[in-house]
Design a protein around this ligand. Structure first.
Ligand code: GUN
Ligand code: ZN
Length: 431
């Protein structure tokens, strides 16, 4: 058992809104292993109230720092780390000219391994302790990132891309083999330690009916496996998807028609939706990965926060690297704020800093149906946390010193923060 004394930021269950954050100015976080050997939060609260319950415990004192739960990135592509910043007129040319040529290289295990090593280190440097990441269509790419996550003790979810059509040689897979490979990877990796598998149809236009049908069958056979894909990101993509699947009510409904919408299904983007699509998300339990830096960079559009909340379906924040431009959750939260300000039908939405933070931590965990497991610092949650240094840059130090409220403090970090704010990421209690 070990304890940390510091300011502690968390979402407490006794608040009127689950998105309301609490800052314990002089807090104590106690971590201890659970039955599976994963370090979890044993107790959290005010130092002076708690310390008496743990006589003799080793306490690491971190004055001037803030302990906060690790960020959860709901949608990222580890093989696109080197694709960041590739300009294109829109999604489809960007895929063809930059993304597919890079992803071809992941058939080589050594290439996948070095990319996975860099990727995991970059996530941790930026304070991301769990990600739902795409691999490529090559099983080697899945093995590489699982091995690296395992070596770091991280909770990580990934899967092999399914794309048996409209994809160039070198990334296109073969229908039957792709499903055999997916099932073998599920059996090898899903539930091994902290690792989870996601059935990963790249997007409906890249998959034949037979491949989507097979993916849906696997989703039914393995109900606690995740599903990830893309939907309604770009207008040209939508026209194409409608031509390829004319009998479905909408692009999103195509996935439902193949049994690919349920709890633990995460769809990236979800921009160009109508209320029937939103209701389908709510009724099936699927969740959206909102990826504002990607949507701004690729000119895809704006996520409709008001529509999502009116109909009431789950969503959380995601970087979508390499369409997205940054690994930093601070950059993603700031871009989400801009989208709220300027990208809504009704002008003037001002997403609160607590809500933005929640969407990248406990909210993203809830989208994954990992409430109470990750994304917060409540008793029982896995002890993945960050030590934030609000004095990390001269401007941050000035601005955070003047903060007169929790909202002002969080906004200072969201607007001015980047990897320099992350002094340390502790994974399952391991520094
Ligand atoms: N749609 C299909 N594949 C991709 C991808 O790699 N990135 C994004 N942003 N959208 C996609
Ligand atoms: Zn994506």
């Amino acid at each position: 058992m070990k304890a940390y004394r510091s300011s502690i930021l968390r979402f407490a269950p006794d608040r009127p809104s689950r998105q309301a954050a609490v800052l314990e100015e002089d807090g104590l976080l106690v971590v201890a292993p659970n039955a599976a050997g994963v370090q979890v939060v044993k107790a959290v609260g005010q130092y002076r109230e708690l310390i008496g319950q743990f006589p003799g415990i080793t306490v690491e004192h971190l004055p001037g720092r803030i302990i906060a739960t690790g960020f959860v990135d709901l949608h990222i592509h580890y093989p696109q780390t080197d694709v960041i910043g590739s300009p294109a007129s829109g999604l489809l040319p960007w895929l063809e000219n930059y993304t597919f040529p890079e992803e071809k290289r992941f058939s080589a295990p050594e290439y996948s391994a070095q990319a996975a090593t860099f990727f995991i280190a970059e996530l941790l440097r930026n304070g991301v302790t769990t990600a739902l990441t795409f691999a490529t269509s090559h099983p080697e790419s899945v093995n590489a990132v699982f091995h690296e996550a395992q070596a770091n003790g991280m909770r990580m979810i990934t899967g092999k891309c399914l794309q048996d059509r409209h994809s160039p040689d070198g990334v296109r897979d073969e229908t039957e083999q792709s499903l055999i490979d997916t099932e073998a990877l599920i059996q090898q990796w899903h539930g091994t330690g902290r690792l989870g598998y996601a059935i990963t149809p790249r997007f409906a236009p890249s998959c034949t009916d037979a491949q989507l049908r097979g993916a849906g069958e696997l989703a039914a056979k393995y109900p606690d496996v995740w599903i990830q894909s893309h939907v309604a990101e770009n207008k040209d993509e939508i026209i194409w998807a409608r031509q390829l699947f004319p009998s479905s009510r909408s692009y999103l409904a195509t996935y439902a028609d193949f049994g690919l919408m349920r709890d633990r299904a995460i769809y990236a983007h979800c921009i160009h939706f109508d209320d029937n699509d939103r209701a389908l998300m709510r009724e099936t339990g699927a969740a959206a990965a909102v990826s504002p830096t990607s949507n701004l960079f690729l000119g895809s559009g704006f996520f409709d926060y008001e529509g999502a909340d009116r109909v009431g379906y789950r969503y959380g924040l995601a970087s979508d690297v390499g369409g997205g431009t940054s690994f930093s959750p601070f950059h993603t939260m700031l871009a989400a704020y801009y989208v709220g300000r300027e990208g809504q039908t009704k002008p003037g939405l001002s997403l609160s800093p607590q809500t933005l933070w929640w969407q990248h931590t406990a909210g993203a965990a809830s989208a994954l149906r990992l409430d109470g497991v990750i994304g917060n610092l409540q008793p029982g949650c896995e002890a993945d946390f960050l030590v934030l240094n609000p004095q990390a840059t001269p401007l941050l130090a000035r601005k955070t010193a003047r903060a007169g409220s929790l909202d002002e403090l969080l906004f200072a970090m969201i607007v001015l923060g980047d990897d320099r704010l992350i002094e340390k990421a502790v994974i399952s209690g391991r520094n």
